[in-house]
Design a protein around this ligand. Structure first.
Ligand code: HXC
Length: 261
């Protein structure tokens, strides 16, 4: 049974997929500190749960998340945000979660909501999705990776326009510009994401994590270093039983039985 929380719902599906639903509907899933702390805790629990192979993070049909909680942070002083490392707990999402995480975005993914979606491994968008970094309208800037990850995802020109004007982009523009991998009808989005996560959960877990690590390295390092890492990790897969099993199953014309070692 999944752990229970106040601001999120965690469900374990039969296909080794965990579904996390942000659940502060009255505030359009604004990312309060309690919500973010629960989310990071849930992800760490799922990372350590051998029965889970992949994770889907979603919100509601109206909002994935409409940003950091503006009411909570509006009166904070510089020293409070600095000393308490406001949003610092979110670093664990990228640094500690080796299992694949899909963001399934319906409705608004704004500010911290867009940044949270971009921290996931890929984004599936409902056709009603809206992405934006409107912090400029509040007299601040993105602070959970928006300027960096949006620029890497969609390029300088579009990232600059969105960050400097606060304009939202719809699902079609987000797909065209490479922010999202696919668009799905809004009502089918969560189940399509769970199915896609199930595909990954059925593969060898350590190999999926190695593949994720390699793609992430593309955003951190030079091409030469990234290629070196990829080649080394490719060789390392030959030390696993799952590589032997996967290739033997192909030759035997049968489905592989991966054992995660
Ligand atoms: C706190 C929020 C909120 C937010 C919405 N709500 N977004 N509360 N923080 N980010 C609350 C509203 O106050 C309202 O509560 C309820 O949710 C419903 O919102 P409405 O505005 O009434 O809905 P609607 O008219 O449909 O407009 C939807 C919206 C709008 C366009 C998404 O809510 C909006 O512009 N929200 C703020 C978007 C934003 O600026 N996000 C960036 C946040 S800054 P009540 O109680 O009044 O009914 C950020 C910084 C990241 O993320 C880190 C760097 C600092």
């Amino acid at each position: 049974a999944a752990k229970t929380y106040e601001n999120i719902i965690v469900e374990i599906r039969p296909n080794k997929v965990a579904l996390i639903t942000l659940n502060r509907p009255k505030a359009l899933n604004a990312l309060s500190t309690p919500l973010l702390n629960e989310l990071v805790d849930a992800l760490q629990v799922l990372q350590n749960d051998a029965s889970v192979g992949a994770i889907v993070l979603t919100g509601s049909e109206k909002a994935f998340a409409a940003g950091a909680d503006i009411k909570e942070m509006s009166t904070k002083s510089y020293m409070e945000v600095f000393q308490n490392r406001l949003f610092g707990q979110t670093d664990a999402i990228v640094q500690k979660i080796q299992k694949p995480v899909i963001a399934a975005v319906n409705g608004f993914a704004l500010g911290g909501g867009c940044e949270l979606a971009m921290m996931c491994d890929f984004i599936l968008a409902g056709e009603n999705a809206k992405f934006g970094q409107p912090e400029i309208k509040l007299g601040t800037i993105p602070g959970i990776g928006g300027t960096q990850r949006l620029a890497r995802a969609v390029g300088k020109s579009k990232a600059m326009e969105l960050v400097l004007t606060g304009r939202f982009m719809d699902a079609a523009e987000a797909e065209r510009s490479g922010l999202v991998s696919r668009i799905v009808p809004a009502k089918d989005l969560v189940e399509e994401a769970v199915k896609t996560a199930g595909t990954m959960a059925a593969f060898s877990q350590p190999i999926v994590s190695i593949a994720k690590e390699c793609v992430n390295a593309a955003f951190e390092t030079t091409l030469a270093e990234g290629l070196r890492l990829e080649r080394r990790l490719f060789y390392s897969t030959f030390a696993t039983n799952d590589q032997k099993e996967g290739m033997a199953a192909f030759s035997d014309k049968r489905d592989p039985k991966f054992t995660n070692n």
